[in-house]
Design a protein around this ligand. Structure first.
Ligand SMILES: NC(=O)c1ccc[n+]([C@@H]2O[C@H](COP(=O)([O-])OP(=O)(O)OC[C@H]3O[C@@H](n4cnc5c(N)ncnc54)[C@H](OP(=O)(O)O)[C@@H]3O)[C@@H](O)[C@H]2O)c1
Length: 215
């Protein structure tokens, strides 16, 4: 699979590396530091390269948005057409000081960031995922906690896109849990903020994994 990474920070770097090492063709983009991007691609292996955000989108079937919420509208404008692309968003809307949650973007403050992406790119196939993971765990050697593997909740309106994203979640060593339609992103993004706040308050950050238990 060809995967374009928009945002090469904690999340973009960690996820891109995992997918590149699993054999996917990964293009890292959208950093203010080209040297950092080149080093990242080199460390991710032979199937990784560097590109502009436009190249990352144009040459990929799946796009990961791993940027901060305030820059998202600008990013979507900059990357060009997203028609028919599967867009994974891990953008939680958490405020940088972890104290609160931005619901949606300036276009509509009542909906989720993920739904806002869908509004800005109506023909993209948007799936929200990885919001309750911590980049430090993704960057570590394993996602295992004792005998358990944490869950990653994902949601979206395109069932084929969701199935593909579930495979990419499992490739990272998580259990993929279908949380429903894209509207569920409103609560998933808020859950992500609560999860970070709990991790900080409990002083366990980042050594926590969220798990859906069943009986
Ligand atoms: N970190 C986590 O554990 C975690 C977990 C779940 C969800 N999330 C969400 O994932 C998103 C990314 O988080 P992150 O921790 O990966 O962030 P990050 O490390 O700050 O990465 C952001 C990326 O955006 C790039 N960027 C380009 N232009 C920028 C600009 N003008 N201002 C700021 N950044 C710019 C940064 O460039 P540079 O390379 O030049 O810095 C960097 O590559 C956020 O929405 C966050 O809520 C994060």
């Amino acid at each position: 699979m060809r995967i374009g990474i928009i945002g090469a920070g904690n999340m973009g770097a960690a996820l891109g590396k995992i997918w590149a090492k699993a054999g996917h063709e990964v293009i890292f983009s959208y950093s203010r530091d080209q040297h950092k991007l080149r080093q990242l691609a080199a460390s991710a292996g032979k199937t990784a390269q560097v590109g502009t955000p436009q190249e990352a989108v144009a040459h990929s079937d799946v796009i990961l948005f791993a940027v901060w919420a305030p820059s998202l509208a600008e990013v979507i404008h900059a990357v060009g057409p997203l028609d028919s692309k599967i867009v994974i968003t891990c953008v939680s809307g958490i405020q940088p000081d972890f104290t609160g949650q931005t619901i949606g973007l300036a276009t509509d403050l009542t909906i989720s960031v993920a739904e806002t992406i869908q509004q800005l790119a109506p023909n993209a196939r948007v799936v929200e995922a990885f919001n309750t993971t911590f980049a430090e765990i993704l960057a570590s050697d394993s996602r295992q906690f004792g005998s358990e593997f944490p869950s990653v909740f994902y949601c979206g309106d395109d069932s084929e896109a969701k199935q593909l994203v579930a495979g990419l979640i499992e490739a990272c060593g998580y259990e993929a849990v279908d949380a429903g339609k894209l509207i569920v992103a409103r609560t998933l993004e808020t859950l992500a903020t609560a999860w970070v706040q709990f991790a900080v308050a409990s002083q366990l950050f980042p050594n926590l994994g969220l798990k859906a238990l069943r009986r």
